[in-house]
Design a protein around this ligand. Structure first.
Ligand SMILES: Cc1ncc(COP(=O)(O)O)c(C=O)c1O
Length: 403
């Protein structure tokens, strides 16, 4: 839908938002009207290099033709049937995902938070079923972000933040330990702990990669104490960090991994994957959802995941990510450039991230600010060196003008 096709102006749409919308997001001052590849186009036809990618979602580019084709074809045959029926896209996607990431079973959900919610539910039930009523505790990391449902909010290690303020009391049994500090996790886990849950790279927390020693140490700790290792790969999954799933790059296999964002090519879908043994925890009635694994979302996801695999986008993410991180080091006022693959955080020595974000948008580059001094750059995984050079030029100009 485009404004000139429906005879409306930007102000008409903005007024609808002002009148009818909850304001939980501060929006860019343009209407995102269309998108292709790494570009988003506004109501005036201005193109933005989109290094926000719908919050790390459009990994194979905006409106990837294969994804569009898959959505159209599925819409013409079946949009929804519910999980009481077998559907073709769901079965095909389950096989593709499990076989490409070395997992045995998948449970579809509608979003990242839901994928984590079911992962938490699975761990709690597994603990109680196998070890008794007190074995339901989970340890997560400080500074983590796992979603905004009540259980995932409880798992989010940001006490006192706006994300959590006044939503307490949370579900009991979730405590936090310092990220990348194995000893802190060893101490935080007690005999009632059934699982440890972490992001391989903390995204919303400021793009902070785990160390290999930390994740491998957690694997060993979980094996020794008969606990489950849960990885939240909602943001890191599907090529973002340079391997299909980040755990493949760290050489650490979790017992359960959640995913969402990039897997859907823009359609709302999430999932968790486990071993066949762990999947026995859920029998009929143990969990469910009306929409989860919807045929249109699964068809889109199948096309998107195949695009990522067939075009080696993980490799591109690794190669271009390395190049981009190197040039970003040359920005003025940089304190640290960090990340993996094309999941990149730039920390400045001043709290200028929000200004950099909005001023860069004016110059035609989109990004998010994840901390007062940290911008996050998560372009599509098929981004080119030239597009990264252009992004660098814009940020360089903006920072020089700001400070
Ligand atoms: C690591 C992580 N987990 C969970 C979520 C929540 O996903 P969603 O917004 O799809 O519910 C996010 C979203 O940014 C995320 O980055």
């Amino acid at each position: 839908m485009k404004l000139n096709e429906i005879g409306m102006k930007k102000e008409d749409i903005k007024e609808m938002y002002d009148t009818y919308f909850y304001e939980t997001f501060k929006r860019f001052d343009f209407i995102a009207e269309s998108g292709h590849d790494a570009y988003l186009t506004d109501e005036d036809g201005k193109e933005y290099l989109d290094f926000m990618a719908g919050i790390a979602v459009n990994s194979a580019g905006h409106c990837n033709p294969k994804v569009v084709e898959a959505i159209k074809a599925q819409c013409e045959t079946l949009i929804h049937a519910s999980n009481y029926c077998y559907t073709i896209p769901q079965g095909m996607l389950a096989k593709l995902i499990c076989e490409s990431i070395g997992m045995e079973k998948i449970y579809f959900q509608n979003s990242g938070a839901e994928a984590n919610e079911v992962m938490i539910k699975l761990a709690r039930k597994y603990g109680k079923d196998n070890y008794g009523p007190n074995r339901y505790k989970i340890v997560t990391a400080m500074n983590s972000f796992h979603g905004r449902t009540l259980a995932t909010l409880a798992a989010t290690g940001q006490p006192g933040s706006a994300i959590q303020h006044n939503y307490d009391p949370f579900i009991p049994g979730i405590t936090y330990a310092e990220f990348n500090n194995l000893k802190a996790f060893e101490e935080a886990c007690d005999e009632d702990t059934i699982a440890v849950m972490v992001e391989p790279v903390q995204g919303e927390g400021g793009v902070i990669p785990a160390t290999k020693e930390f994740l491998q140490g957690l694997r060993k700790l979980c094996d020794e104490r008969e606990m489950l290792l849960l990885f939240d790969e909602v943001q890191t999954g599907w090529g973002r960090t340079g391997s299909l799933m980040a755990y493949m790059g760290f050489d650490v296999k979790p017992d359960c991994v959640s995913m969402a964002k990039a897997m859907g090519g823009g359609m709302p879908i999430g999932a968790m994957c486990t071993s066949a043994k762990l999947a026995l925890t859920f029998g009929p009635g143990a969990h469910g959802s009306t929409y989860a694994g919807n045929p249109v979302c699964c068809a889109a996801s199948y096309a998107q995941v195949k695009e990522i695999i067939d075009n080696n986008l993980s490799e591109n993410s690794e190669r271009i990510g390395k190049y981009f991180r190197e040039i970003l080091e040359k920005l003025p006022h940089v304190k640290e450039v960090r990340g993996m693959g094309l999941m990149i955080g730039v920390e400045f020595d001043k709290d200028i991230a929000t200004d950099v974000k909005y001023n860069s948008a004016d110059e035609g580059l989109l990004m998010t600010a994840v901390r007062p001094a940290v911008i996050r750059l998560v372009p599509p995984l098929n981004v080119t060196k030239e597009q990264c050079d252009k992004a660098f030029e814009i940020i360089d100009k903006v920072v020089k003008e700001l400070v």
